[in-house]
Design a protein around this ligand. Structure first.
Ligand code: NPW
Ligand code: ADP
Ligand code: K
Length: 512
């Protein structure tokens, strides 16, 4: 699903209005009815007090139109207009008139107004600012936002939490609505998925307001949200007369004394993702434990007992995953440099492989085109330098990806796969995966997919989705706290089965 910028959303509005021959207030009416239906199907007329806080633009207009529908269905409502500008939108004014026609008189909140009492049992509809927010809210509006945030009432935000801009981090991190739920129109907003800006809502859902698919199809976007519908077409079916050679031979290189487990997890994940043959290359000390733990893999050893000191493969595999648990000792750095200079196989590079690249950026030129790099935030910082905020991080990652012709998987709650100037935002995964070794599993999985013929970009996108889904399935029996990296591997099979179930057509709904 495409993630549009605010500018593109306004263009989609205009396009839809023209193509469908409707008025802009009719589009607003669709939005308001969508929200009303959502509320009504849950409350079913319950006697709850609903306080609507509406700005003076189209977000406020949505709130005002919603108030009319709530009133017509006998809900108890109070409507507040947050009067932060004299420049009211046409459709806001139209809906205000419609409200007044029904003898509903909003309470106008201005700079010096007393703030209304909000009971913890109330429902607050937050329609103060939408995607039009382009500067810090006035001080007194921030006070109102704070007042709503401390009320303990359930807060439903219209389109986006008020105070949260679409295109940058908030000017003041305290003055943003903390929404329990966001009903966002037609397309998700990038800010829902970034660590600094995703914290302002617990859950979000897309409301389809019928923006024209022709515009959405034709528009190129910087970011795309990756769900089942996006990964399913990438899936490569196994064929009847295939054999293990059909699905590739991968090598996992890494490990060191006390860190052989990282290679064990990656190799096991690689195999469990469908790779035909997996060899591990580890220091001598890892030989017995690896052969015992995963009998299905072949083990090659370094001459050094405890470190990777010379990577000597007598064949060229289909793909190599390298770096986990390898350390950055001088001897290993030298071995890695020598390996990179002569390697021709596609690469997936993780952990200490990335740390060595950060120490020796001159090695980057030896990476095969479209190598997949899988840094967690600290490793990413070592590679691309410090960033001022999440948006700056994404820009720097895009520049790095373009300059070095590589794919970067920025790991996190919503991992983002960066390929040149395009980003793919993952939707699976959960905090149970914040556990040792879960990144090693991901590296093994992406390596296993490339071995089977997935392009490196598809392997990164599909792999991250599959990994998160296996984690999501894992927590259903293990709980968040007790899920381990090996538990993610155990559920890769179920994750495949889940992806292959009949296509979903339910609206995207996601806890963050
Ligand atoms: N296709 C869709 O998705 C549909 C979307 N719809 C709805 O429209 C919403 C967007 O509405 P919107 O463009 O009128 O902007 P909104 O956020 O209401 O702000 C109002 C104005 O406030 C101003 N302003 C900005 N910052 C400010 C500040 N700090 N302090 C004071 N003022 C400030 C700024 O005007 P400016 O003063 O800069 O000229 C801005 O224009 C969208 O979120 C959704 O709810 C639906 O109705 C239909 C279909
Ligand atoms: N809160 C979270 N929600 C979703 N996924 C997470 C969360 N925390 C971690 N993960 C995932 O777990 C993996 C952790 O990787 P990493 O930090 O490299 O672990 P390790 O080095 O222990 O193998 C990443 O794929 C990341 O996206
Ligand atoms: K809002």
């Amino acid at each position: 699903m495409k993630i549009l910028t605010a500018k593109q959303i306004y263009e989609a509005d205009k396009f839809t209005i023209k193509k469908q021959g409707i008025r802009s207030d009719e589009l607003m009416e669709r939005a308001a009815i969508g929200i009303f239906d959502w509320i009504h199907s849950r409350l079913q007329g319950a006697n709850v007090n609903i306080q609507l806080f509406c700005g003076i633009g189209n977000n406020g207009g949505d709130g005002i139109a919603l108030a009319r529908h709530l009133k017509e269905n006998d809900y108890s409502i109070q409507v507040h207009v947050v009067n932060y500008s004299e420049k009211r939108s046409k459709d806001f004014l139209l809906n205000l008139e419609r409200l007044k026609d029904r003898k509903i008189w909003p309470n106008f909140i201005k700079e010096k107004s007393a703030l209304p009492n909000i009971s913890p049992d109330d429902i607050v509809v937050d329609a103060i600012f939408g995607i039009g927010l382009n500067r810090a809210p006035h001080f007194w509006v921030s006070k109102l936002i704070e007042h709503i945030n401390v009320s303990s009432a359930f807060v439903l935000s219209v389109d986006i939490p008020s105070g949260l801009p679409c295109h940058r981090i908030p000017w003041d991190t305290e003055n943003v609505i903390r929404a329990n739920y966001v009903l966002s129109f037609q397309v998700p907003k990038l800010v829902f998925f970034l660590p600094e800006t995703g914290i302002y809502q617990n859950q979000w859902e897309i409301l389809d307001i019928g923006l024209d698919p022709e515009y959405l199809d034709a528009t190129a976007t910087d970011y795309e949200l990756i769900g089942k519908n996006e990964v399913l077409p990438m899936y490569k079916q196994r064929t009847k007369f295939s054999h293990k050679g059909t699905y590739g031979h991968a090598v996992i290189i890494g490990g060191g004394y006390g860190k052989i487990g990282a290679v064990q997890l990656a190799s096991n994940a690689c195999l469990s993702t469908g790779c035909g043959l997996v060899s591990a290359f580890v220091p001598e000390c890892g030989y017995h434990s690896l052969q015992t733990a995963v009998p299905e893999i072949m083990v090659l050893t370094d001459d050094d007992d405890e470190n990777i000191s010379a990577i000597d493969l007598s064949f060229t595999p289909n793909v190599i995953g390298v770096g986990m648990g390898m350390g950055t000792k001088e001897i290993t750095q030298k071995a890695f440099e020598f390996f990179l200079r002569k390697n021709t196989a596609p690469l997936v590079i993780d952990a200490d492989g990335l740390n060595i690249l950060a120490k020796q950026p001159s090695l980057l030129k030896y990476l095969p085109k479209n190598s997949v790099l899988t840094p967690h935030p600290k490793e990413l910082e070592r590679l691309i330098g410090e960033w001022s905020d999440d948006f700056d991080k994404l820009e720097k990652a895009k520049i790095f990806s373009t300059e070095n012709d590589c794919i970067i998987v920025i790991k996190g709650a919503h991992s983002i796969i960066i390929h040149k100037d395009k980003g793919f935002v993952n939707t699976t995964g959960n905090p149970g995966m914040a556990t040792a070794g879960s990144g090693d599993v991901l590296t093994g999985m992406i390596t296993g997919l490339i071995a089977q013929g997935y392009t490196p970009l598809n392997a990164a996108i599909f792999g991250v989705y599959l990994h998160g889904l296996a984690g999501d399935i894992g927590v259903t029996s293990k709980g968040y706290e007790s899920l381990k990296a090996s538990g993610i591997i155990e559920n890769i099979g179920k994750a495949y089965i889940e992806i292959l179930k009949s296509p979903e057509d339910v609206p995207i709904r996601k806890e963050t």
